[in-house]
Design a protein around this ligand. Structure first.
Ligand code: HEM
Length: 142
């Protein structure tokens, strides 16, 4: 069976790659490079979907890991974790809506208006996901 460590590394890499593709996609649209924007955003969405697959697999096999620290570190961890989970849940339908507006409806004005809220939310989920991984699996608490 696939190990807990492999699943954790795979899912966290997907968050990081999704965030990097997102930044690239944003850079491209700022330069009006629509085809590259489309490719980068579809890549970001695919990595996000892949993350979900690895995350759910890991959770269903191994459950969730209790935070190993205490005191101030635990508070800091929870302050990041709670909005991370809330935004991540809101993000999924919003990303599907963004893709629908751009690819099916070709309503780029509505797409842009919604995207201006979704992009910072997605970047936060991506960056905080990396931070949560670091606090939970890498950092040691003496
Ligand atoms: C879920 C993935 C996507 C995200 C997060 C996203 C994000 C964004 C953002 C933030 C903008 C506004 C940039 C700005 O003016 O500051 C934008 C504009 C745009 N996006 Fe996307 N995008 C995504 C997918 C796509 C796809 C698949 C297409 C397909 C062609 C597309 C086409 C466009 C176009 C044409 C604009 C320019 C709209 C305008 O200024 O009139 N986007 N997008």
């Amino acid at each position: 069976m696939i190990s807990l460590q492999s699943l954790t590394i795979l899912s966290t890499s997907c968050i990081v790659l999704s965030g990097l593709s997102l930044l690239l996609g944003w850079y491209f649209i700022r330069g009006k490079q629509i085809d590259r924007h489309k490719a980068a955003m579809l890549t970001a969405s695919s990595f996000a979907a892949l993350f979900l697959v690895f995350y759910v697999t890991r959770w269903s096999i191994y459950g969730s890991k209790a935070f190993p620290g205490a005191g101030g570190w635990k508070t800091f961890y929870l302050i990041n974790l709670v909005p991370h989970i809330i935004f991540a849940m809101i993000l999924a339908p919003l990303v599907l809506r963004l893709l629908h507006l751009a690819l099916r409806k070709r309503d780029y004005v509505a797409h842009r208006n919604l995207a201006r809220y979704v992009l910072p939310m997605w970047l936060y989920v991506s960056a905080s996901g990396w931070l949560i991984y670091y606090l939970l699996y890498v950092k040691t608490y003496g």
